[in-house]
Design a protein around this ligand. Structure first.
Ligand SMILES: Nc1ncnc2c1ncn2[C@@H]1O[C@H](COP(=O)(O)OP(=O)(O)OP(=O)(O)O)[C@@H](O)[C@H]1O
Ligand SMILES: O=P(O)(O)OC[C@H]1O[C@H](OP(=O)(O)OP(=O)(O)O)[C@H](O)[C@@H]1O
Length: 217
């Protein structure tokens, strides 16, 4: 599946990365704003002046749209890329939405044999403990992961930590950092070849901004 030759389709994650990503595109000179999308339930936003089309999708689904070629580009957290492990190119670290993915447990935690690990990121957790040679049972949750050790559903969690407030307010401590996370610009493999001029220009604009060389519009 390929997108049309006449435009560039970008899969944007709804939710907390959305505003920061949009702001980057805007600063790079693309006329997109939150106002364009406010109060709307539209999932496709066209910017005809720039021949761009934005798809508004769930953060975890961005790599799927890009891998399948229905989007040429996408913005995804490194956590999502590590979890989804899709066949896409990671072309730029946008350095936004910084956080980390870590192992945490109750502050009075004790080592146990074959601990249960609750997480929204079963593949990351599985890979991390396997590489350490530790046998664990992964319990997949969709949110409120910090609750699991409090109520005895799990012994540890693997989750995003940003300010550390959620851990602290729930009596948990960060035990091991698995990876630092920022959002990345990703590209479909064939779009990257077929629309290289277009992508290079967009990348150059964003790279100039992100890496502190000012607005290069
Ligand atoms: N404090 C944070 N908590 C969670 N994600 C964060 C945080 N800070 C930055 N991020 C980044 O934001 C992304 C998650 O965004 P968001 O919370 O909107 O998505 P989600 O949790 O998948 O959405 P949903 O609530 O629909 O399940 C992560 O993939 C991560 O890269
Ligand atoms: O370190 P902090 O700044 O407290 O941020 C980390 C928390 O934010 C996220 O939860 P989110 O708000 O996405 O809710 P969720 O429980 O639905 O994942 C993440 O899963 C942590 O729970």
């Amino acid at each position: 599946m390929e997108t049309s030759d006449e435009k560039l389709v970008i899969a944007m994650p709804k939710g907390r990365i959305f505003n920061e990503s949009l702001q980057l595109f805007r600063q790079a000179g693309y006329p997109v704003s939150e106002e364009m999308m406010e109060g709307s339930r539209k999932l496709i936003v066209e910017v005809p002046e720039e021949s761009l089309s934005f798809l508004l999708v769930k953060p975890m689904d961005v790599p799927t749209y890009v891998e399948h070629g229905v989007a040429d580009l996408g913005v995804a957290g490194k956590d999502v890329l590590m979890e989804e492990n899709r066949e896409v190119y990671e072309i730029l670290d946008l350095k936004i939405s910084a956080c980390r993915i870590s192992v945490a447990g109750m502050s009075d935690w004790k080592p146990v044999l074959n601990p249960k690990v609750a997480t929204k990121y079963p593949r990351i957790a599985d890979r991390y403990f396997r590489e350490k040679g530790q046998q664990v049972e992964v319990v997949r949750l969709n949110g409120s992961v910090e609750l699991a050790p409090i109520i005895g559903l799990a012994d540890r969690i693997v989750d995003i930590v940003s300010t550390g407030r959620t851990l602290q307010e729930n009596g948990l401590v960060e035990l091991e950092k698995i990876a630092s996370i920022t959002s990345r610009l990703i590209a479909n493999r064939s779009s990257y070849r077929l629309k290289s001029g277009w992508m290079d220009r967009l990348c150059e604009r964003l790279d100039g901004l992100v890496n502190g060389r000012g607005n290069v519009v």
